[in-house]
Design a protein around this ligand. Structure first.
Ligand code: WT7
Length: 644
């Protein structure tokens, strides 16, 4: 590592920040010395129906049963809406901008409360009750937030599925959770392109017998098939529904939502987040990491179906009565200035995006950014993968005009909220480092044998003690939960990431150490991709690895062996890419299909992805240990056929 002087907190920012450096250290020390006192106090800032008397129970030993605030009851929609109405009813909750710049809507806290209450009643009428799962397959429109909060209001559990996922991926998720209802739209629009959501949903529903009711939001007004008795127009339901919906108080440990994420096996994991601890952690981390002040306008660009948006579009900001910007489109449409025009239009104060978006906009040059003012911005954020210093400096200098701290936030779907990030008024920044742990989070580094590394060093990143936002289980598979996160290093939560800690105690994430690749900030399991490719009738075998990609961070590199009778053609290459797109979704499109007559394996037939990964990265001079390769002759052939 090349040491560079940390960026001090800008004086203008420090003047109004919640915490300074000494404040961070004092609060962090308290949070780990007295977690019950620290988190109990944070939790009492929320509205409880029945106050909790116990804070933290359980640990990471045995089957890792962790509970927070377990005897308290509350409702998430009340915490995000009702309790703000008296003082902030007329404040905009959502400033929505559609794919086309002229398409705009504002919903105040009162409007949002009204819509949520009505939809909550409509869902009850459709037979959805506490503990039932509700699938949500929507574009980034206000109704996606209405749907999530209405589900929470009646004590049901939401399952958002990315609208870019295929019918097959949707069906798999609806079936895994046994969803009783699905909320979708006629079509979605992104970057000027239409996606037939209702058609995809119908295809999925043919395979998802648990879904008895479908609510269809009119987004584009396209003519779509309607199945009488099963399908209902959102607009009609909401217009006819009673606007008074008494919230259902749920236990703090009752599930709020399920979210699917890729792991190291083919089947996505249904990560379960509970209500009390998740809300406390998202609300507190939003307040401190984004240094929230009354009147702030927060824009997180993540699609609503990813955890980033669950925590920092929806629950964290709304629990703090923030105004959020919600954007349906994509960064470069219709022009590369779109993001910055939105910042100016709505006077955005904190802007949170992924390094891949920063890199793609950086490629367009400074002019589109400099054509806008961005004077409202106080803070920039980054999430999803390590941000490379070149992108960091451009983001800082050009987008932030050199005056905005950048919070590089490290966390995961399973962690629910931020684990490692700067506190912007307190933490001197080092480009590329997520810096120091958030309150109550106790990271550690261990070597391959589980020995803890003290001081500066590099190893596997683990977390030593429970935190309130963490996932409690994997739906219907607690054994997989224990196995994935707590088996390798007993008594500790294993993140699956490698990290380095420098002499100042700053953490530098170095990437996944498991069979997971990170494409544009989205997690994809290599096994899931291989399974999809190998299900093509002409494919004998496939191995997928990540490789460095200038915009996406990592790209998808697939080695494919065809069944002997089929020739390796460019047509088949395109067909395979399309095959994966329809089976998983466009985000899973392989960047490279590399034909191979055979793949390097060990004596027991296991594919040696480690060697294939080095070849994909172009490191053909140093393939590492080859002593276990049972068929070494295939290696020169594979190297010879690598595209330049
Ligand atoms: C994985 C989690 C929760 C955010 C969205 C992605 C990587 C995430 C950072 C960061 C370095 C990061 C890790 C992590 N990651 N943020 N700031 N610096 N790496 O959620 O799909 O659950 O992926 O994203 O590898 O394990 P996810």
């Amino acid at each position: 590592m090349r040491p560079s002087a940390p960026h001090p907190v800008p004086a203008a920012f420090a003047a109004s920040a919640h915490l300074d450096e000494a404040g961070y250290h004092a609060l962090y020390r308290r949070s780990v010395a007295d977690p019950d006192g620290f988190w109990g106090e944070a939790a009492r800032a929320l509205a409880w129906t029945r106050p909790f008397t116990r804070v933290r129970e359980g640990d990471f030993s045995g089957d890792a049963q962790v509970r927070w605030f377990a005897d308290g009851t509350l409702n998430a929609s009340v915490n995000c809406l009702d309790r703000h109405l008296a003082s902030h009813g007329d404040r905009p909750a959502i400033l929505w901008e559609g794919d086309e710049p002229e398409d705009r809507r504002t919903l105040t806290y009162r409007d949002l409360h009204d819509q949520v209450s009505r939809l909550a009643n409509a869902l009850t009428t459709l037979g959805v009750g506490p503990g039932d799962f509700v699938g949500i397959y929507l574009p980034v429109i206000p109704e996606a937030i209405v749907a999530a909060l209405a589900t929470a209001r009646i004590g049901a559990v939401h399952a958002l599925v990315f609208s870019g996922f295929s019918a097959e991926s949707l069906a798999q998720r609806l079936n895994d959770c046994g969803a009783k209802a699905l909320i979708t739209a006629d079509e979605s629009r992104r970057g000027g392109r239409l996606v037939p959501l209702k058609r995809n949903a119908d295809q999925a529903l043919a395979e998802s017998p648990s879904v008895r009711s479908v609510v269809v939001v009119t987004r584009t007004g396209a003519e779509v098939p309607f199945s009488p008795g099963r399908d209902h127009r959102y607009e009609n339901l909401v217009a006819a529904a009673d606007p008074m919906a008494p919230p259902v108080a749920v236990g703090a440990e009752d599930p709020l939502f399920i979210l699917y994420t890729s792991g190291s096996t083919g089947q996505p994991k249904g990560v379960i987040h509970t209500t009390g601890g998740y809300l406390v952690h998202t609300a507190l981390s939003y307040k401190y990491v984004f240094d929230h002040h009354d009147g702030d306008i927060h824009w997180c660009t993540a699609d609503i179906a990813w955890v980033t948006a669950h925590s920092y579009v929806l629950y964290g900001p709304l629990a703090n009565a923030a105004t959020i910007v919600l954007f349906e489109g994509v960064p470069g449409y219709p022009t590369p200035a779109r993001f910055w025009e939105i910042v100016d239009r709505y006077h955005v104060t904190s802007f949170y995006t992924a390094p891949t978006a920063v890199r793609s906009l950086m490629r367009e040059g400074d002019a589109p950014v400099l054509a806008t003012s961005r004077h409202s911005l106080r803070l920039l954020g980054s999430v999803g993968e390590p941000i490379n210093p070149e992108a960091w400096h451009w983001y800082h200098r050009v987008v932030g005009g050199g005056r905005c701290p950048i919070v590089d936030t490290y966390w995961q779907t399973e962690t629910g909220a931020i684990l490692i990030a700067p506190i912007p008024g307190a933490t001197p920044l080092k480009p590329g480092s997520a810096t120091r742990p958030f309150f109550g989070v106790q990271p550690a580094l261990v070597d391959g044998e589980g020995n803890e590394i003290a001081g500066p060093g590099e190893g596997h990143l683990v977390i030593d003690a429970p935190w309130p936002g963490q996932a409690r289980t994997i739906h219907r598979d607690h054994a997989r939960y224990v196995d994935t996160y707590f088996r390798r290093f007993p008594g500790r939560y294993f993140t699956g990431d490698g990290a380095r800690r420098d002499a100042d105690g700053y953490y530098w994430l170095t990437g996944r150490v498991d069979d997971v690749i990170n494409v544009s900030g989205h997690r994809l399991g290599t096994v899931e991709l291989e399974t999809a490719i190998a299900s093509h009738p002409k494919v004998a075998e496939a191995a997928v690895v990540g490789f460095p990609h200038a915009i996406k961070g990592q790209g998808i590199y697939a080695y494919v062996t065809l069944k002997a009778e089929f020739p390796e053609t460019d047509g088949l290459r395109r067909e395979l890419i399309d095959w994966v797109r329809t089976r998983i979704g466009p985000i899973a499109s392989p960047d490279v299909i590399h034909w191979a007559s055979d793949l390097p394996k060990n004596r027991s037939g296991k594919i040696l992805r480690r060697i294939l990964a080095r070849i994909a990265r172009g490191e053909t001079d140093d393939l590492g240990d080859r002593t276990t390769v049972a068929n070494p002759d295939v290696i020169p052939e594979i190297i010879g056929r690598r595209a330049a």
